[in-house]
Design a protein around this ligand. Structure first.
Ligand code: GLU
Ligand code: ZN
Length: 474
């Protein structure tokens, strides 16, 4: 079906916040759809009613929108294959479960948890891989009735053929083969009748005409089972699957919600730009042509799952900060200010110049919005005091140096900082570090920071004079 329009999906369980691994899954699926003029679907896998909350789904939808990953069909957008919440699709799963039982592809299993655990122990003790021993495979009507009379509530298992194998061509990893004898009959409905992940996920992908499923390697062993299910259900149209390596943290552990590392909402609250996150994530395992921040459309044009690396995916926070720097460099002054303004503290000092002018002046010294407000306070608060290093620098230069500086009135430091500083140097007989370090300490209260020529002209002339005077006093 090469001519079918490409349809991909992101199918999270809305049980909490997204970590960067989830985001990369969404991103790769979005890129693959967009790169081929296809459609990107959001499906909420919320069959676990207790843990799923609609608030999480709302947060998730907002997060995707913030990242720029527009959804074509989903719980809020609707679409021709809805509903897009699994909790609203149970009729479809019931139908599939009924058909699988009618055709003999599935059967009721009455084994208790204890019996299954015992079988598992025996198999492991005998050095065999544990799998369902087939106890209930061929029960007759009488045996079933007996168990039901004893109050046993069945699960439903899929009957995996004993011989043969399932093969598929993984979009990332290439040809894969799974031997059926190693799979074992697996549960497709729990004892409360609710569908297991394998079933709901596979049925929905087929029913929603999903053509490509890109997901983490933790699902690789699920795929043969899902292909068996789709075959048994007579779905001629099956998605192609691709699995990429899970992102590890720098200690080599998979990112997880539980450990709380690299959570999207936290990174967003810290002030990371969406384009920084996107460019960071796309480059974990994939090398788009070109350097620097690349926009989503261009990434979509370049994306190819076959070129995603087979493992070694690492989230390096330092690399992310590098992308953040580049993202900030790419913003115009208005956008930069808008980004900074969101984090304005309650006790923020009033700016003596327009916000965008200030933001552009401190851009090289800012990675997060709070950094900008930190500089606003240091530069513009009349009560701001030099830090320890600045104090030492001021003392070393001595009051005489600052008296010379005060004496230079033409040009004013705020009018032409470069010319003023040169004149101060000539008057005091110093240049280079000996000139600029004490000036920086006196004027910005710190020994490192923004380009003086960019920020001193933004300061009120009175404030500049007052700071010099404070240093000129013995
Ligand atoms: N709900 C599943 C998960 O979040 C979906 C897996 C898949 O993409 O097929 O892991
Ligand atoms: Zn059984």
């Amino acid at each position: 079906m090469a001519d079918d329009p490409i349809r991909t999906r992101f199918a999270p369980s809305p049980t909490g916040a997204l970590h960067l691994g989830n985001v990369r899954t969404a991103l790769f699926n979005w890129l693959h759809a967009r790169g081929h003029g296809g459609r990107f679907i959001l499906r909420s896998e919320d069959t676990d009613a207790e843990r799923s909350a609609d608030t999480s789904l709302t947060a998730l939808t907002e997060a995707l929108a913030w990242l720029g990953l527009s959804v074509d069909e989903g719980p809020e957008e609707g679409g021709p294959y809805g509903p897009y919440r699994q909790s609203e699709r149970s009729a479809l799963y019931d139908d599939a479960l009924g058909r699988l039982q009618d055709s003999g592809h599935a059967y009721r299993c009455y084994c208790t948890r204890e019996e299954l655990a015992e079988a598992r122990r025996r198999q492991l003790a005998a050095g065999r891989p544990p799998r369902y021993p087939g106890t209930c495979r061929d029960l007759d009507a009488h045996e079933r009735a007996e168990r039901e009379a004893a109050g046993r509530v069945p699960t439903i298992r899929f009957r995996v053929p004993d011989e043969g194998s399932v093969m598929f061509d993984d979009l990332v990893l290439g040809p894969q083969t799974a031997r059926l004898r190693e799979i074992g009959d697996f549960i497709i409905a729990r004892s409360d009748g609710s569908p297991a992940f394998f079933l709901a996920n596979a049925v929905d992908d087929a029913a929603m005409a999903v053509t490509h499923v890109l997901r983490g390697e933790d699902h690789l062993t699920n795929t043969p089972r899902q292909l068996l299910l789709l075959d048994a259900l007579g779905y001629g149209r099956q998605p192609r699957y691709g699995h990429f390596g899970l992102i590890m943290d720098m200690d080599g552990r998979p990112l997880s919600k539980r450990r709380g590392g690299a959570m999207l909402d936290q990174l967003r609250d810290q002030g990371y730009r969406p384009e920084a996150l996107i460019n960071h994530l796309v480059r974990i395992g994939f090398a788009p042509p070109g350097d620097g921040i690349i926009d989503l459309d261009a990434l979509a044009g370049a994306f190819d799952p076959a070129r995603v690396a087979h493992g070694g995916a690492r989230h390096d926070a330092t690399a992310l900060d590098g992308w953040q720097r580049q993202a900030l460099e790419g913003l115009d002054a208005d956008a930069l200010w808008e980004w900074m303004a969101v984090a304005e503290p309650d006790d923020a000092i009033g700016l003596p110049v327009a916000g965008p002018v200030f933001a552009a002046a401190v851009r090289p010294n800012v990675l997060f919005p709070g950094d900008g407000w930190h500089w606003a306070q240091r530069l513009f608060d009349p009560d701001a005091e030099p830090d320890d290093a600045a104090r030492t620098e001021i003392a070393a230069a001595g009051p005489g140096f600052f008296r010379s500086a005060l004496a230079v009135q033409e040009p004013a430091p705020t009018a032409d900082f470069g010319a003023w500083a040169k004149a101060v140097g000539a008057a005091a007989g110093v240049k280079g570090r000996g000139l600029y370090r004490p000036l920086r300490a006196a004027l910005t209260n710190a020994v490192e920071g923004p380009e003086l020529g960019a920020v001193v002209p933004l300061m009120p002339p009175d404030l500049v004079a007052a700071r010099l005077r404070a240093c000129a006093a013995d």
